[in-house]
Design a protein around this ligand. Structure first.
Ligand code: ADP
Ligand code: MG
Length: 728
């Protein structure tokens, strides 16, 4: 471990110029990775080593089968955890949770406990491990918990391992992943519903498997691999952009002469400075047990991506939060800032998060992997049918699940999936599904198909190589990839929805199978009905075209453009029924989320508007006034000597009229913002921000961006797009 300490120290003391970094990084190549990986995780290996056998067994039973955790077991585990953490330099512990802000929260408590002789001992009890009582009054609750009743409870989620977080000041904190709920047991966080939804989909998937005659599986887990896109810019530029600091995105900025049109960034050679950041990021993530696997340049300049190896949904969600947090922390060490906003720069690609999703059995089968036997393929097609049905039936809910103000700027732009939810199945699978609907046999086309040899089940595509990058919900061979999620979002919300809507359709399928005499005939009938009813949601073409927008409209698929509209799907009686039926969210819990997200929309646009007003008043207008003053002086001096001043005059005219327009637009934005601020009712308020404030901001931006085009570089008060995107 000494190497690790040296490396960390060296990284921390480096000045961010990247040079030291590459030397340091070289130290931890190859074999050391196996030593580093999980070194800060209280994982199975550590538990086996440090827990008495019976405690280990009892804890595993809780983790795997949900058996209740006794205080006795918790005490022993807590003590072992504390010793382990202290040996690794920890002084504090925290219940680490995920309130409805979409971020994580932590309150640090030291292990100290006073002794009678005036000293302290380091203590950590089972009770402290299992439960915490943070003051909850400052977290959003959407009316679930009156502020006077501030008590919230955090409870250990022992299915996600405890880990150590290190910061550059040398603090080491033991983090206990927890769920967060109110005194009355209502979920105040993103994790509780996620765990409930995993339970729901597992239960219904098991019923289907049993219905189809599967005798080996006992549990089904939803698996997720979230690919994370992000931007990096130099901190020097970031510090001079109030919009980036306040809103996470640029509210102004004329396009850079070069954008992404050369297509030379995607998968391009990674620059040293970035590569050194990526290596440090990997090391930090590996230490915490995050299976960081892939890194590459993304489409836009200064845009990158990392992808982990997939894991159980709740661990994937925890880890994705750590990924986002660690990216931001490590970037600072390199003199960089990591931007996770969905659209930090107008006119170039935004950032998303591809949520790769599947279902796995505890005996090692991926239920969305076409199998090698007729029986496995029947199973596969039934699960595909369940997804097809769920996505078509609840497209509006999925859309609501990814609705954020940042994502509004990304979806439907010519780079991200449009706001229409459709599914890509690939040519072969689509043909198979269509033939099922028509009652026709699929003729195998050479090597591409698996021959499965019975009449009721068609041959299946062996390798789905056709990758449709424009589809919002794509079958990629052995999993579905939901690509509409925004880069800054927690992945919990969307997986809660996915798990629950699939649980519902699996429930319906299971009920039919359980009643049927001939299971295989029934399975074939279920498939046929599902395909006939829900194929309209399948689209294998280019989702970025206007033709698709028209076609989708003809098919009756919803095309929901804004967050405010999209969120409405969370407030319908169908949504209430669905989430309460599967015990994922009660009516109150669901409604609280609707309220919180609407409020979040209004607050976000308000911050953007205030930042825009501030920048225009204090930076742009003064700079333009200075320039017009200089021009006027030049004109006057030229006229004094009877020299020609036509060009200077015409420039002065153009700049002055833009300044006048900008000033008018500024006033309009101020008026619109004030009006929106005064509206009380949440929906009307959010609508005012969308229809008035957001629009006024856009109008103000065009004037300022036009001015940027005319003003000398030396007088422009903020870094330009060219500076930020190309100077790394
Ligand atoms: P891409 O070409 O989209 O980058 P990859 O094969 O690299 O595709 O996979 C992307 C993500 O999908 C990775 O995080 C990977 O771990 C994840 N993934 C692979 N199999 C599954 C699965 N069965 N369930 C969930 N995620 C998966
Ligand atoms: Mg992908």
């Amino acid at each position: 471990m000494s190497i690790l300490k040296d490396v960390t120290k060296a990284i921390e003391s480096s000045n961010g110029n990247g040079q030291l970094k590459s030397r340091v990084s070289a130290l931890v190549s190859g074999a050391e990775i196996t030593e580093i990986f999980g070194s800060n995780v209280f994982n199975d290996r550590v538990m086996k080593e440090r827990l008495p056998k019976d405690t280990y067994k009892a804890l595993k039973k809780t983790m795997e089968q949900g058996a209740p955790l006794t205080l006795e077991v918790a005490n022993v585990v807590a003590n072992a955890m504390k010793d382990w953490a202290i040996e690794k330099g920890a002084t504090h512990y925290t219940h680490w949770f995920q309130p409805l802000t979409g971020k994580t929260a932590e309150k640090h408590d030291s292990f100290i406990s006073p002794t009678t002789d005036g000293g302290v001992v380091m203590e950590f009890s089972g009770k402290q491990l299992a439960q915490g009582e943070p003051d909850a009054s400052s977290f959003p609750s959407g009316g679930l918990r009156a502020t006077f009743e501030a008590r919230g409870y955090t409870a250990w989620d022992c299915t996600s391992p405890a880990f150590l977080k290190e910061d550059s000041a040398g603090n080491v904190t033991l983090c206990i992943p927890t769920a967060f709920c109110s005194y009355t047991g209502e979920a105040l966080d993103k994790k509780v519903p996620l765990l409930r939804s995993m339970e729901a989909v597992s239960k219904q998937a098991m019923r289907v498997l049993k219905g189809l005659g599967n005798k080996t599986a006992t549990r089904v887990t939803a698996t997720v691999g979230p690919e994370q896109e992000y931007f990096l810019i130099d901190k020097g530029y970031f510090d001079r952009r109030i919009d980036l600091i306040m809103a996470g995105r640029t509210l102004f900025g004329a396009p850079s002469p070069k954008g992404q049109e050369m297509e030379d960034q995607y998968f391009g050679a990674i620059k040293d400075r970035i590569s050194s950041f990526m290596k440090d990021l990997d090391i930090e993530l590996w230490k915490m047990g995050v299976l960081s696997k892939t890194k590459h340049n993304e489409v836009a300049p200064a845009q990158y991506e990392m992808a982990p190896i997939f894991s159980t949904t709740n661990i994937a969600a925890d880890h994705n939060q750590l990924v986002m947090e660690t990216m931001q922390k490590v970037a600072l060490r390199h003199g960089l800032v990591c931007l996770l906003h969905e659209k930090p720069f107008g006119g170039v690609n935004g950032s998303g998060k591809h949520n790769n999703w599947s279902l796995a059995t505890d005996d090692g089968f991926n239920l969305l992997e076409p199998g090698s036997t007729p029986h496995e393929n029947e199973q596969f097609l039934i699960f595909v049918a369940a997804l097809l049905t769920a996505v078509d039936r609840h497209a509006d809910m999925l859309r609501a699940g990814i609705a954020t103000p940042g994502n509004d700027l990304r979806l439907g732009a010519n780079e991200a999936p449009p706001a229409i939810v459709s599914m890509f199945m690939g040519e072969e699978l689509t043909e198979i599904l269509q033939n099922i609907a028509k009652g026709k046999k699929t003729v195998a086309r050479g090597q591409k198909f698996l021959h499965i040899g019975i009449d009721t089940m068609p041959p299946l595509p062996k390798d789905n190589t056709d990758r449709n990058r424009t589809s919002p919900f794509a079958f990629t061979g052995n999993k579905f990839e939901f690509r509409m999620v925004g880069a800054s979002a927690s992945i919990s919300g969307v997986n809660v929805i996915l798990n629950t809507i699939v649980a519902e359709t699996l429930d319906e399928i299971a009920t039919r199978l359980e009643k049927a005499k001939d299971k295989h005939k029934e399975a074939a009938a279920i498939l046929k009905a599902a395909v006939i009813k829900h194929s309209r949601v399948i689209y294998n073409g280019n989702n970025y075209t206007d033709e698709w927008v028209r076609e989708a409209n003809r098919r009756g698929l919803p095309n929901i453009r804004s967050t405010v509209e999209a969120l409405a799907a969370m407030a319908t009686p169908q949504a209430e029924k669905l989430f309460s039926k599967y015990k994922v969210l009660s009516k109150g819990e669901l409604h609280s989320r609707y309220e919180i997200y609407l409020e979040h929309y209004a607050k976000t646009i308000n911050i953007e508007a205030m930042a825009a007003i501030d920048m225009v008043r204090k930076l742009y207008i003064p700079a333009v006034v200075e320039f017009t003053g200089q021009l006027a002086q030049t004109v006057a001096s030229l006229e004094e000597v009877s020299a020609s001043s036509e060009i200077q005059k015409s420039l002065l005219d153009s700049v002055s009229s833009l300044l006048e327009a900008a000033s008018e637009k500024l006033h309009a934005l101020e008026v619109a913002t004030k009006k929106a601020q005064d509206i009380k009712e949440a929906k009307a308020k959010a609508e005012a921000y969308r229809d008035r404030v957001f629009v006024a901001m856009g109008e103000l931006r065009s004037e300022i961006d036009a001015l940027e085009g005319l003003m000398p570089r030396s007088l422009w008060p903020v870094p330009t797009y060219a500076d930020m995107l190309f100077n790394l």
